[in-house]
Design a protein around this ligand. Structure first.
Ligand SMILES: [Zn+2]
Length: 242
């Protein structure tokens, strides 16, 4: 089924957790709305979890959020248990994102932008969740120690640097792409706009994820390990403290 897709409310309202929406499609245990605050898995950031509440007060748990494989503007919410085929356009819901899961992901995601700025090498992989995060770099020699990485990151965090989100027109996409060293979190090309993330004076790149407004919100971090993954690859693992 061809749809107009799901309005990605999280792009402009990363700190909001509740929203109203209308069902536009459903199948088995998946449901799609005309708009959502649930972030769909992508760029190493896990898809959001939470709850939806129907007009009659019944609730369903959202266990996973992801984009449709072919229609990248359509966002599916996987519910705990099958949903009957819901009539589209009529069913209104309230959604609530699990902030206890999402906020640490926003903090770690922003911290990984800082890590990018610290290591001058292409990123080949990215993952985060449960207060941890890692980046893989195409890097034959690692010159910094775990403590040096943690100290540099904690110093940047303490500088309370603003993290700004700007929405660019799609015709500026190719210009934006030239700024990208790390193509692990590109927003979908067909979107109405391209989301640019700038950590003032530190890092700028198009990124589809959700981020905190100031580096200070990341809080203290530790560098847990630097792993050698093959001759050319170094994996750096960070953890939020608290
Ligand atoms: Zn990002």
């Amino acid at each position: 089924m061809k749809s107009n897709g799901t309005a990605a409310l999280f792009d402009e309202a990363a700190y909001e957790t509740t929203f109203e929406a209308t069902v536009i499609d459903s199948r088995q245990d998946l449901v799609a709305f005309d708009r959502t605050l649930f972030y769909p898995a992508g760029g190493g950031q896990p898809g959001d979890t939470g709850f939806i509440t129907y007009a009659d007060g019944s609730r369903a748990r959202v266990v996973e959020t992801r984009r449709d494989e072919t229609d990248r503007l359509l966002i599916w919410h996987r519910l705990d248990g099958d949903v009957e085929s819901l009539p589209t356009g009529k069913i209104a819901i309230n959604g609530a994102v699990d902030w206890g899961v999402r906020y640490p992901n926003m903090r770690m995601h922003t911290c990984l932008h800082l890590l990018c700025s610290l290591i001058d090498a292409p990123v080949t992989g990215c993952s985060m969740g449960q207060g941890k995060g890692r980046l893989d770099f195409d890097l034959p020699e690692m010159t910094m120690s775990k403590d040096e990485i943690a100290d540099s990151l904690n110093a940047m965090i303490a500088r309370q640097i603003n993290v700004e989100t700007r929405l660019m027109q799609p015709d500026q996409y190719d210009v934006a792409l030239e700024l990208v060293r790390n193509r692990y979190a590109l927003p979908p090309r067909s979107a109405q706009f391209v989301k640019m993330i700038e950590v003032r004076g530190v890092d700028i790149q198009p990124c589809g994820g959700t981020h905190v407004r100031s580096t200070l919100e990341i809080g203290k971090i530790v560098c847990e390990k630097i792993d050698k993954k093959g001759r050319q690859n170094r994996r750096i693992v960070l953890r939020l403290i608290d």
